[in-house]
Ligand binder design. Structure first.
Ligand code: KG4
Ligand code: ZN
Length: 352
C-alpha cells in the first residue's frame, strides 16, 4: 500500500511516499528557514507564498525518488491514497498543501485522508519499524514537544490519546526560539541554542524550573524567558563564545530538566514501561540523551523517531494517514484546514 504524504503546516513544504505505513520510500523537504530568518520567526504570508512555489516540485521529487527505491511504485498511478496535514497550523500555509492534495485526488480519483499534525508527530516513531525495530508497545507515555505544543499523553492504542499534562503558557520549542532571539542567535532558536550549548557548562547559570510540585504534570516555560531577560538586563549580552555557550547550556538544561522530570512523574503515575518522545524539540541531543539514560536506569523501553523525522516532514503525515485510512476510510473533498485542533481548555480527557 503506497501513500503520498503532504505537509505544509508551518515553514517546511514536504512530501513523502511511505509503503505499508512504515517503509519510507522518499522524504523531500523544502525548508524556508532562509526566507524567515531575517524576520526572526515565521511570517505567515511569506510561508504560504513559498509553499505555493514549492509544493508541486516537492511532490514530483517525492514520487520520482520513491520509484527509484521501489520500482513497483510508479508515480501517482501506483498510489492508494493521499494523506495531507489539515491542522493545527497556519491556515494559509495548510491550505496550499490541502489544495494540492485535493487537485491530485480530483484528477486521479485517489482517496484523500486529512491528518492531524500532532497525531503525525506522535506516529513518526512508526516509520522504519520492522523486524529489528518493532515500534513502541501500548500503553505508553508520549512527550510531544514542538514549536507550538508541549503535551504529555497516555497512549492506550495507536491514535488514541489521554492528556496527562501540558504547558500552561509557552511551548518548549517556543521558549527556545524566544530565548535565542534575545541572545541574538539565528532562527530557528532550538537548534541554534543546542549548537551554541555544546561546549558550555549547564550549571553555569541557574534558570528557574517552574511547577516542580510532585504530582503536577503541567509545565510552564514563560518564566524561563523572563529569567533570561532579567539576566541579560543585569549582565549584558554575552561577550565571548564561552559565555554564550554557558548561557545556552544552562537554558537547555532548564528546559530538559523540566521535560525529563515531568516524563518521569508521568511514567510513575501511569506505571507504563514504554516511552515515546516526538516533535521538533525531540531532535535535541541533550533531551534524547537524558531520556535514554532515564529509560536505561529504570529498565524502560524508549522509542524516538530519527532526528530528521522529529522536525516537520511528510513521512509522518503519510504514516498517520495510512493508519487513519485503514481504520476510518477516506475523507470527503470538502475537507477544511484547522488552525487549532486540541482538547479545549483545561479539562482532562481523551481526544482523538
Ligand atoms: O515539530 P516542529 O518542527 O514544528 C512544529 O510543529 O512546531 O518543531 C519546531 C520547534 C522549534 O521551536 C525549534 O526551535 C525546535 O522545534 N527544535 C529544537 C531542535 N530542533 C528543532 N529545539 C531544541 N533542539 C533542537 N535540536
Ligand atoms: Zn510540527
Amino acid at each position: 500500500m503506497y501513500v503520498l504524504g503532504i505537509e505544509s503546516s508551518c515553514d517546511e513544504t514536504a512530501a513523502a511516499v511511505v509503503a505499508d505505513g512504515h517503509r519510507v520510500l522518499s522524504n523531500v523537504i523544502a525548508s524556508q528557514i532562509a526566507v524567515h530568518r531575517p524576520f526572526g520567526g515565521v511570517v505567515p504570508e511569506l510561508a504560504s507564498r513559498h509553499h505555493l512555489v514549492n509544493v508541486i516540485p516537492v511532490i514530483r521529487q517525492a514520487l520520482t525518488e520513491a520509484t527509484q527505491v521501489d520500482e513497483l511504485c510508479t508515480g501517482l498511478a501506483a498510489l492508494d491514497a493521499v494523506a495531507v496535514t489539515v491542522g493545527p497550523g497556519l491556515v494559509g500555509a495548510l491550505m496550499v498543501g490541502l489544495q494540492a492534495a485535493k487537485g491530485i485526488c480530483v484528477a486521479t480519483g485517489l482517496p484523500i485522508v486529512g491528518v492531524n499534525h500532532l497525531d503525525a508527530h506522535l506516529e513518526a516513531v512508526q516509520a522504519g519499524r520492522g523486524e529489528t525495530n518493532p515500534g513502541p508497545t501500548f500503553p505508553h507515555v508520549a512527550l510531544l514537544v514542538s514549536g507550538g505544543h508541549t503535551l504529555l499523553l497516555l497512549v492506550r492504542k495507536r491514535g488514541h490519546y489521554e492528556l496527562l499534562g501540558s504547558t500552561r503558557d509557552d511551548a518548549a520549542g517556543e521558549a527556545f526560539d524566544k530565548v535565542a532571539k534575545m541572545l541574538g542567535l539565528a532562527y530557528p532558536g532550538g537548534p541554534a541554542i543546542s549548537r551554541a550549548a555544546r561546549k558550555g557548562d549547564p550549571a553555569a547559570v541557574h534558570f528557574p524550573r517552574a511547577l516542580r510540585r510532585r504530582g503536577e504534570l503541567d509545565m510552564s516555560f514563560s518564566g524561563l524567558k523572563t529569567a533570561v531577560r532579567l539576566y541579560l538586563e543585569k549582565n549584558g549580552r554575552p561577550r565571548t563564545d564561552a559565555e554564550m555557550a554557558d548561557i545556552c547550556a544552562s537554558v537547555e538544561e532548564a528546559v530538559v530538566d523540566v521535560l525529563v522530570s515531568k516524563l518521569t512523574q508521568a511514567v510513575r503515575s501511569t506505571g507504563v514501561s514504554q516511552l515515546v518522545i516526538a516533535g521538533g524539540v525531540a531532535a535535541n541531543k541533550r533531551l534524547r540523551g537524558r531520556v535514554g539514560a532515564f529509560a536505561r536506569a529504570e529498565g524502560l523501553r524508549v522509542s524516538m523517531p530519527d532526528a530528521v523525522l522529529c522536525t516537520d516532514n511528510a513521512v509522518m503525515t503519510a504514516v498517520a494517514g495510512t493508519r487513519r485510512f485503514l481504520e476510518e476510510g477516506a475523507d470527503s473533498l470538502d475537507l477544511d484546514a484547522r488552525a487549532r485542533w486540541l482538547p479545549a481548555g483545561r479539562d482532562r480527557g481523551s481526544y482523538r
